[in-house]
Design a protein around this ligand. Structure first.
Ligand code: ATP
Length: 944
């Protein structure tokens, strides 16, 4: 469940809820009591025990109300007024004894509802599957070690670890905490952070006051904590109120809104046309009133694209599903439309453009530089000076600092091994690995290369407290107890930040004052590392920490420190990024790198991957810039370096104010506002925090920039496809209405029967339209500029197409009608017959003429579908579903024409070769007219 849904519960409901929950007493019991009841300890459960409990308690998730949805989808099919018009028509028909017509209409009603039902159901299934893909992970202690696993597998008794940015995975009683503050708005409606502590509280304490308990689906704002799970899934506090919160708002997509609006416009036009036809027919008096009624119904149903919203939803859902297979998980369907308009992508560097498998390569300590050998997470490696191994002594202090001021742990992680690349662990396969931030893992591994053992080191230097790393602080400090019993602080962070807090440096075991010269030399060294695209961190320690600050340290600890040196990490660019980047530039999308890293490193990485990297602005410069000045330059900046998360929001707003549609990536807690406000907010599936994920529209399951490019491509493709079938269906409908209207006005009576129109719209048009929803991307999809954000599905060009096609269809089909209805009335018919010696063997008749028009429409629509696709560079056989759909449509049409049941139901005459020839000639003329028209359109309109 998402915290987005908070809004659906009023404050009084929250208050009631808090009253109600007085029943559970986990907060007021001694921990020993809880351990005894849950048969656990601070060491957590054994894996086997947890498995057994999972069976007993069920998965840790709050069930959505399933079951009712099938019925709801079915009922929704009957919400369209047109279905009711058809039902009334069938009843009227049956009443006046036209049983065949009544049966056919009933059949069609059943078909429409089933068709709509299946589409909506499939769409819903896809959306559901997408929802299930966004798994939340939890860190838990099982079998005495840390594991990262799918949060739905948590059980009461598990010991869990939470830190800032996490969504608390279950209700849990705190065992330890450091500076922990939690936003409990999801539960209490009160969005002020609550500081947590471990003390036991009274039984009557209200939910909001139970400081020793953290609750499922609340958000860790700051700090970290360890806790024992007491309730999971439906038994959790949030689970019990889930029914109130579960109602996820099903907002309409902009597509759907546009389709709905369009439907209404068309309905208006149709009602007008129907009224005119009805009056005309009644005055001429040739047609019986019942037939007039049926004509009206037929036109109404045929002209209104009432199946369109369902087709749109389905193609969105299926498209989104395909995007998920390519690692872009769409959290909000409407975003697909915005994706096609993105013209700026603001991206993080670390992990998105780069691999984020970091390795320390160089260390500057003791005024010397050391090369570190070995690659990746392999713990074998040496420390070389001028190519000679030096041993570890020279770098021991800086490495110790790197391992102590570090939150990495060894543990296991459940991995997605079923090959579906969803990133969702659906097997029990596990991998022993490092759990934590890759920057810290690199430091951890570097220390291991020098023989430091994590457990031994932490035993010798137990941690007393921590001042967290945040992107804004750009540093982190931990306080430890030395083997002598004194508190000592270790700090690591951005070199300039660390250096600012040092007054001495450690040289060969003694403290030496940091002169201005030395500071400059260190900065030059930093730059030197950075120019080689290394990510550089500074290290320092403070041996004389006042005891009173040891356990609850604050920033006052972070001064008078002793500088230890620099470590430079290589974070190689992802190989696929260069390609993806040039693809985006080609598609008219500008790329802006926004990184917390230093300008020199950022520029080197930018150069390597082919970013323009010409204009680089630092966070500091940004802060000094006025809004006007920023607006002037923002479009030319390629890299923003040393930024804090709040800079992202400012950059975003400036770009948006300049009229850009911006996709913005983010991972940390503080990135959430920028991600939320971006036109397309992108979060990281692997590295990102839960909170940013909640704020985002798309999750990159592989954290990879190339996936953003694919998502944009996917978005453009879905949009194209929607536009294609909307164009196709509307122009077809327009043709039918114009044809019937013109025929009626010219006094020809009904040129095609309503039942035939229904058949075309629903079967021979409907099925191919649906398959166009899965058309492959256009050839030029990433060669054209982004679509202007205010450009809807229906462009001016499409409007002219609809009108043009309607006219052309009428021009080409009306002569066929007169030919087969009046025969000799049309000059040339006799000649054709005489010259070619063809005798159709049929007397001209209305049925025959209607059949030719009916079949003509079917053939024209097949020509039309290809003409539309041709503009997107798509050949006939590029979509096998379409080939099948067309084959099905043709087969059904032939069955209608040449079986006695078909003839009976649809009131058709079997066509002879000459009629097919007539239709063929008309289709060729139609195709020629269309291509001429396209040439004219090209003069006045954009390509699509
Ligand atoms: P990007 O914004 O592209 O992801 P980044 O990871 O460098 O890049 P931040 O996470 O904001 O951005 O980090 C900013 C700076 O803080 C880093 O350049 C580094 O110097 C420092 N830093 C990063 N991680 C840590 C950490 N775990 N502890 C201490 N300092 C860190």
């Amino acid at each position: 469940m998402s915290t987005d849904n908070n809004g659906s519960m009023s404050q009084s409901e929250y208050d009631d809820r808090i009253e109600l929950s007085a029943g559970s007493d986990w907060h007021s019991r001694p921990l020993t009591d809880i351990y005894a009841e849950l048969e656990t300890s601070e060491e957590g459960l054994a894996a086997a025990q947890a498995r057994e409990r999972l069976e007993r308690y069920g998965p840790n998730k709050v069930e959505a109300e399933a079951g009712t949805s099938l019925l709801r989808i079915l009922v929704e099919q009957y919400s369209s007024a047109l279905i009711w018009v058809l039902i009334v028509a069938a009843i009227v028909m049956a009443g006046v004894g036209h049983t065949i017509d009544a049966a056919v209409i009933t059949g069609i009603v059943i078909f429409i509802t089933l068709f709509g039902f299946v589409q909506d159901y499939r769409a819903e299934q896809s959306v559901q599957a997408l929802k299930e893909m966004s798994t939340t992970y939890a860190i838990v202690r099982r079998d005495g070690e840390k594991r990262e696993l799918d949060a739905t597998k948590l059980v009461p008794g598990d010991v869990i670890f939470v830190e800032s940015g996490d969504i608390v995975p279950a209700d849990a009683r705190l065992l330890e905490e450091s500076n922990l503050r939690v936003d409990e708005a999801a539960l209490t409606g009160e969005s002020v952070g609550v500081s947590k502590e471990t003390n036991q509280v009274d039984e009557g304490t209200s939910l909001a006051e139970r400081k020793n308990t953290i609750y499922k689906d609340t958000v860790v704002e700051r700090g970290s904590g360890t806790a024992v799970v007491v309730e999971t899934g439906p038994e959790s506090e949030i689970g019990q109120i889930a029914t109130a919160l579960e109602e996820a708002e099903d907002r309409e997509t902009p597509f759907q809104t546009e389709m709905d609006r369009l439907g209404k416009i068309i309905a208006g036009v149709v009602v007008g046309a129907v009224a005119i036809i009805a009056v005309a027919e009644l005055i001429v008096g040739e047609t019986e009133p019942l037939q007039v009624f049926l004509t009206a119904v037929g036109i109404a149903v045929s002209a209104v694209p009432e199946g369109l919203p369902a087709v749109v939803t389905l193609s969105l859902a299926l498209g989104a599903r395909r995007m998920a297979e390519q690692n872009a998980l769409v959290r909000r369907l409407p975003i697909v439309e915005a994706l096609g308009s993105v013209d700026v992508i603001c991206t993080d560097k670390t992990g998105t453009l780069t691999e984020e498998e970091m390795t320390v390569q160089r260390i500057a300590a003791n005024r010397e530089v050391y090369e570190v050998t070995g690659s990746g997470y392999d713990t074998e490696g040496e420390f070389l000076q001028d190519g000679e191994a030096t041993g570890e002594a020279q770098v021991a202090e800086i490495l110790r600092c790197g391992m102590l001021c570090n939150n990495v742990d060894r543990g296991t992680r459940e991995r997605d091994t079923d090959g579906d690349e969803t990133g969702v662990a659906d097997t029990e396969q596990e991998e022993r690995t490092y759990l934590g931030d890759p920057t810290e893992i690199a430091l951890f591994v570097a220390a291991q290369k020098a023989g430091f053992d994590h457990e031994e080191l932490f035993e010798a230097y137990p941690r007393l407290g921590e001042i967290e790393f945040t992107s804004a602080r750009k540093r982190m400090t931990t306080v430890h107890e030395t083997p002598d019993g004194d508190p000592v602080a270790y700090m690591k962070g951005a070199p300039e930040t660390v250096l600012k807090r040092c007054d001495r440096e450690l040289i060969d075991g003694s403290f030496v004052e940091l002169t201005d010269e030395r500071r400059e030399a260190i900065e030059a060294q930093n730059e030197d590392f950075a120019e080689d695209a290394l990510r550089v961190m500074g290290f320092a320690y403070r041996p004389d920490v006042p005891t009173e600050q040891a356990t609850r340290p604050d920033e006052t600890v972070e001064h008078d420190m002793v500088f230890l040196g620099l470590q430079g990490m290589l974070d190689p660019p992802r190989p696929e990024v260069t390609n993806a980047l040039s693809g985006c530039l080609n598609a008219g999308i500008n790329i802006v790198m926004i990184t917390g890293d230093n300008a020199v490193t950022a520029r080197s990485v930018g150069d390597e991957i082919g970013l323009r990297s010409v204009t680089v602005i630092s966070g500091l410069e940004l802060e000094e810039m006025s809004d006007d000045r920023l607006a002037e330059v923002v479009e030319d900046v390629d890299i923003f370096a040393r930024t804090s998360p709040d800079h992202k929001t400012r950059i975003l707003q400036t770009l948006q104010a300049e009229g850009h549609t911006v996709a913005m990536t983010g991972d940390g807690v503080n990135d959430a506002p920028a991600v939320k406000n971006a036109d397309v907010g992108v979060s990281m599936g692997i590295r990102g925090t839960d909170v940013t994920e909640q704020a985002s529209d798309i999750v990159l399951l592989d954290d990879n920039f190339a996936t953003i490019r694919d998502a944009v491509k996917g978005g453009r493709r879905i949009f194209d496809n929607v536009r294609k079938f909307v164009n196709y269906l509307l122009s077809g409908n327009g043709g039918e209405v114009t044809m019937i209207f013109t025929g009626s006005m010219l006094g020809f009576g009904l040129v095609i029967t309503p039942i035939q129109i229904l058949f075309i719209n629903i079967v021979t048009d409907g099925i191919p339209a649906l398959s166009m929803g899965v058309d492959p991307p256009a050839k030029d999809i990433m060669d054209r500029d982004p679509r202007p954000p205010d450009e809807g599905v229906i462009t001016d060009r499409i409007v002219t197409s609809i009108v043009g096609i309607a006219v052309f269809m009428t021009i080409c089909l009306l002569p066929l009608f007169t030919l087969n209805f009046y025969g000799e009335l049309v000059p040339g018919y006799d000649v054709l017959e005489a010259v070619a010696g063809w005798n159709p063997g049929y007397e001209p008749s209305r049925e025959l003429a209607q059949t030719v028009v009916f079949t003509g429409f079917v053939v024209f629509e097949i020509v039309r579908i290809q003409a539309i696709r041709y503009r997107y560079g798509l050949g006939l056989f590029t979509n096998r579903w379409l080939v099948i759909a067309v084959a099905v449509a043709v087969t059904l049409q032939l069955l209608v024409l040449y079986t006695s049941t078909g003839q009976l139901l649809f009131d058709v005459e079997p066509l002879a070769l000459v009629h097919w020839l007539q239709i063929g000639v008309a289709a060729v003329v139609f195709a020629l007219l269309m291509s001429l028209f396209v040439k004219v359109q090209d003069q006045y309109f954009e390509r699509y």
